[in-house]
Write a protein that binds this ligand. Structure first.
Ligand code: SAH
Ligand code: SF4
Length: 368
């Protein structure tokens, strides 16, 4: 199995391979274009290349570093949830969500990528947090999730991807080198505007600073979930290292430097962070940071007694946010184990996902 990932190999590596095969340099452009064609799944489908070159490239480069182990549909087919298998058998989740055009908005396809296998932060309401950290994803594994999602969308008459969110498994700013390299590839190679990419963080202050220093004006989402240090220490344990005040100062500086409005994520948990005091604290913090608020009713996970609040309590909480810019996020993929890490955790619990990353039996036929 070649280990060099085509997505992040770079032009020089491809030119070098071409030269060794006695092929003209202009073929590099053909290959570069093919990487992002949603109907091409492997080198042997690049029929514009001579067969000997296809074989030589396949021996040297991995066309993709992820393969699709399971594909589930939700929301009437507009959400595709992928369980992606990596080269070492680990599995991560990727979600593609299509939103058809409406009278007041254009069509969009959002791909949600994982940045780590598991996560060390350990938020108690999060299925990925319960796994602990297994390893970081490489930049190619992040980029290749987007390519796999684009192929899955295309095969169902949807896509191409217009928006990317780093809201799958893992903490992207605890894996800064791969996050930055993948952002560079998605913006420069795939041509997706940085403004349409959101990096979500639990508040890794040095990571936010490095993202700002990269100069790529992506949107920053801060997973706040609590308006006081006392509660946030419990809900987002990394708050003990980077407390609320420091995270907010750094996020505000990010907004100034990037010119992008930041957003606050709030996973609303019944009886935990749904009080009027917390809502008023959130409203004040959002006003100070000029942030947009995304409220996400908690998805129940195995291993946590918590869940979303009663509708009446949720309404009161939202009422107390009046005056702020608030979106209540629909939990897309609800009928396919929506929130980050949940599909994987669910398959594992039902012993469908084996420790080596293989499935028994797959719920839908595996797709390459
Ligand atoms: N680690 C990063 C990005 C991945 S998590 C972060 O925490 O921001 C992406 C989002 O999913 C976060 O806002 C997280 O709080 C939210 N999330 C995790 N588990 C959830 C659950 N059970 N219900 C609702 N949202 C959840
Ligand atoms: Fe990690 Fe984000 Fe889950 Fe917290 S919510 S455990 S930071 S993936």
């Amino acid at each position: 199995m070649p280990t060099r990932a085509l997505s992040t190999a770079g032009e020089d590596a491809v030119l070098d391979a071409l030269a060794r095969q006695g092929e003209p340099a202009w073929r590099a452009r053909q290959i570069q274009a093919a990487i992002w064609q949603p109907f091409v799944g492997d080198f042997d489908e690049l029929l514009q290349l001579p067969a000997t070159l296809r074989r030589a490239l396949a021996a040297e480069f991995a066309f993709s570093t992820v393969s699709i182990a399971t594909e589930l549909l939700a929301d009437g087919g507009e959400t595709i949830k992928l369980l992606c298998r990596l080269g070492d058998g680990q599995t991560i989740e990727t979600v593609a969500m299509e939103t058809p055009a409406r009278a007041d908005s254009r069509r969009r396809s959002t791909v949600c990528v994982s940045s780590q296998v598991g996560c060390a932060v350990g938020c108690p309401f999060c299925a990925t947090g319960h796994m602990g950290l297994r390893r970081n994803c490489t930049a190619a594994e992040i980029v290749d999730q987007v390519r796999a999602a684009c192929r899955a969308l295309h095969s169902r008459g949807m896509g191409p991807a217009t928006h990317i969110v780093y809201m799958g498994m893992g903490e992207p700013l605890a894996n800064v080198p791969a996050t930055l390299e993948s952002l560079r590839s998605l913006t420069e190679d795939a041509g997706i505007s940085a403004r349409r990419i959101t990096v979500s963080t639990s508040g890794v202050v040095p990571g936010i600073e490095q993202l700002a220093a990269s100069g790529m004006p992506v949107t920053l989402a801060v997973s706040l979930h609590a308006a006081t240090d006392e509660l946030r220490n419990r809900l987002v344990p990394i708050n003990r290292t980077y407390p609320l005040g420091k995270v907010l100062d750094t996020a505000c500086r990010y907004a100034e430097q990037s010119g992008r409005r930041i957003s606050f994520e709030w996973c609303l948990i019944g009886g935990v962070n749904d009080s009027i005091e917390q809502a008023e604290g959130l409203r004040d913090l959002a006003r100070r940071a000029q942030a947009h608020i995304n409220v996400i009713p908690m998805n129940r996970i195995d291993g946590s007694p918590w869940g979303p609040p009663e509708p009446e309590v949720a309404r009161r909480f939202l009422g107390a946010l009046r005056g702020a810019r608030v979106t209540v996020r629909d939990t897309r993929g609800g009928d396919a184990d929506a929130a980050c890490g949940q599909l994987r955790a669910d398959l594992e619990a039902r012993r469908i996902l084996r420790p080596d990353g293989t499935l028994s039996p797959p719920r839908v036929p595996a797709r390459a």
